[in-house]
Design a protein around this ligand. Structure first.
Ligand code: G
Ligand code: MN
Length: 259
């Protein structure tokens, strides 16, 4: 049952778009941001929106309102930075229920985002099996000129066959595949295998959930293009995001001096 727009709005009122930087592993520059939802209270305290997100998963109309809200954040926060900095992108997690219906085009028109389509990335999760609607959604995004990233790669129960023939641009390697790369040779080999697969498919790779310098160093050596995770930064509000864009993380890729 679809909730009424009013109820949806009251639950989403405190929802704010925050931005987690994605770092180019070769240069240390910020090459993109993933938009993540946070609940910001009147007193300024910030909470995860995880529970609300789970609740909304079953409500297509609420998801539409949510995506609209996040993309409004992108327009207000990020578009002014796009004009100033040519090379970074913004990625948004968009559920098949929104992407597959074609209503994403409507949101983009309403918000005047047509000019910035090539700077947008849509993340489609691999967690659930990809529905026909999800497949249709990928086609919609590509026809608009938006790049598509396969999110949470490695967690799916779905197998590779469902991705055959899909027009993808990026592979986001799930953090669960990173946890043992430093201790476990089989895990390290699997990671290198995924990098090989991505190269064969001409997909850029992003490693998610990078928490240590050792992981970042390994990933760079393994040929992963980009990294995202607490090692560099959590999701931050736009003012901080802009500062990170200017500063970059080049220093984090130097080998730490002993002592
Ligand atoms: O799958 P998706 O990309 O939507 O996941 C984003 C989530 O992962 C966010 O809730 C974010 O806070 C969390 N996250 C981001 N970086 C890290 C990290 O380095 N370690 C852990 N454990 N979680 C992270
Ligand atoms: Mn994601």
């Amino acid at each position: 049952m679809a909730a009424s727009p009013d109820i949806v709005d009251s639950r989403l009122q405190r929802l704010t778009a925050w931005y987690q930087p994605v770092v180019d592993l070769n240069t240390g520059r910020v090459c993109g941001f993933e938009v993540l939802s946070r609940l910001v209270s009147a007193d300024g305290s910030v909470a995860s929106a995880g529970r609300l997100m789970e609740e909304l998963e079953r409500e297509p109309e609420a998801q539409y309102v949510l995506i609209r809200r996040l993309l409004t954040g992108v327009r207000d926060d990020i578009v002014p930075l796009f004009a100033r900095r040519p090379e970074f992108y913004v990625s948004v997690n968009i559920p098949p229920a929104v992407l597959g219906t074609g209503r994403i085009g409507e949101i983009i028109r309403d918000l005047g985002l047509e000019r910035w389509l090539t700077r947008l990335v849509v993340e489609v999760t691999e967690r659930q099996a990809l529905s026909d609607m999800g497949r249709a959604g990928i086609d919609v995004a590509r026809s608009l000129g938006i790049a598509v990233a396969l999110d949470d790669f490695g967690t799916g129960h779905s197998g590779l066959s469902q991705f055959v023939g899909l027009d993808l641009d990026m592979l986001k390697i799930d953090r669960s595949l990173l946890v043992s790369i430093l201790e476990n040779r089989a895990a390290a080999r699997m990671l290198r295998g995924i990098v090989g697969l991505a190269a064969a498919l001409r997909l850029r790779t992003v490693a998610e959930g990078v928490e240590s310098w050792e992981q970042a160093f390994f990933l760079r050596a393994a040929g992963v293009d980009q990294g995202q995770g607490f090692f560099w930064s959590r999701a931050v509000p736009v003012q901080e995001a802009a500062a990170l864009l200017d500063r970059g993380f080049g220093h984090t890729l130097e080998r730490p001096s002993a002592g």
